[in-house]
Design a protein around this ligand. Structure first.
Ligand code: GLU
Length: 296
């Protein structure tokens, strides 16, 4: 075993001590690929795993996408709305319906495990505006003190292009930074970071441990996920890793197909890709967000 592999395992053995965990799940993991209908089993398993983390005395925050996709499922069945390429106004309306429905389902699932959830919707401006940032941080603190599991999404119904974060990978890292979380877990439709896109390159090698974010790692980002819904590709996950690690928070990418991987990660197993926290005093979240290139 080389020095880096040994360090990886050593570092992973400390993850069981993490006290404040943010977990992000994307739209493509919440819906069945073939039908675009909701995957209730996935949501229920997620609620069970997160409730257990909470019962162990940890603070847990869930960042969930899916508002637009769930809205599309509901409205499409009622009125046969056209699928993709919907104008922003349609997406905003779908998100309004879908977000409410998503929360209803989360509430039911978490209730089975005696957990109370609260909805927090934010936009890029919530982080950039001094007063809103102050307010949202206080809201998170109070919710966690009450023992509530906050469920966060972008406020898609009000966020137009220039006000939106656009993807929940970056949003979850912003949340982790705001609440001083010590572990951020991105559940994805891929096992973690590869040197190249494993779907198109047979040479792609899996990377299980990133001790330090650098140019070579950032270059490995790919724009597309290959999924039919959601916006986050590997490049947004690497941007999230930059925000999280610089803010002093470890970050892991895990395959959402195996929600149980969260438990295995916390117990120190070598699952997914782990980005080691590397607090950087010069890192300025506001400045980073202002300079982010969201694409259109
Ligand atoms: N906020 C969007 C939604 O809930 C999804 C953003 C993303 O795909 O990361 O529909």
């Amino acid at each position: 075993m080389n020095e880096q592999s040994a360090e990886n395992l050593r570092y992973r053995s400390t993850l069981s001590g993490r006290k404040r965990i943010v977990v992000k799940i994307g739209s493509s993991s919440l819906l069945h690929k073939g039908t675009g209908r909701m995957n209730f089993e996935m949501i229920d398993r997620l609620a069970r795993v997160l409730s257990n983390l909470k019962n162990e005395g940890r603070d847990v925050i869930l960042v969930s996408s899916g508002a637009t996709a769930v809205g599309r499922e509901v409205i499409q069945r009622a009125a046969e709305m056209p699928e993709h390429d919907s104008p922003i106004t349609v997406k905003q309306a779908l998100a309004s319906v879908g977000q409410a429905r998503l929360m209803m389902i989360y509430q039911k699932c978490f209730d089975d495990y005696n957990e109370v959830v609260g909805q927090v919707l934010m936009t890029k401006n919530t982080v950039l505006n001094h007063l809103s940032r102050y307010n949202i941080r206080n809201t998170f603190q109070e919710l966690l003190k009450f023992g509530v599991i906050p469920i966060v999404n972008e406020n898609d119904s009000v966020a137009t292009y220039e006000y939106s974060v656009g993807d929940n990978d970056n949003l979850s890292a912003m949340v982790a930074s705001l609440v001083h979380a010590d572990l951020l877990i991105l559940l994805s439709d891929i096992d973690g970071l590869y040197t190249d896109d494993p779907r198109t390159s047979s040479m792609a090698k899996f990377i299980d441990y990133v001790p330090q974010m650098n140019e070579a790692i950032l270059k490995m980002g790919k724009e597309s996920t290959g999924s039919s819904c959601g916006t986050g590709g590997m490049s947004t996950k690497l941007s999230a890793a930059r925000i999280a690690t610089a803010s002093g928070c470890d970050m892991a990418i895990l395959n959402a197909g195996e929600v149980g991987g969260i438990r295995r990660l916390i117990e120190g197993e070598n699952v997914g890709t782990l980005f080691r926290a590397e607090p950087d005093d010069r890192f300025d979240l506001e400045e980073y967000i202002e300079e982010m290139d969201y694409g259109e």
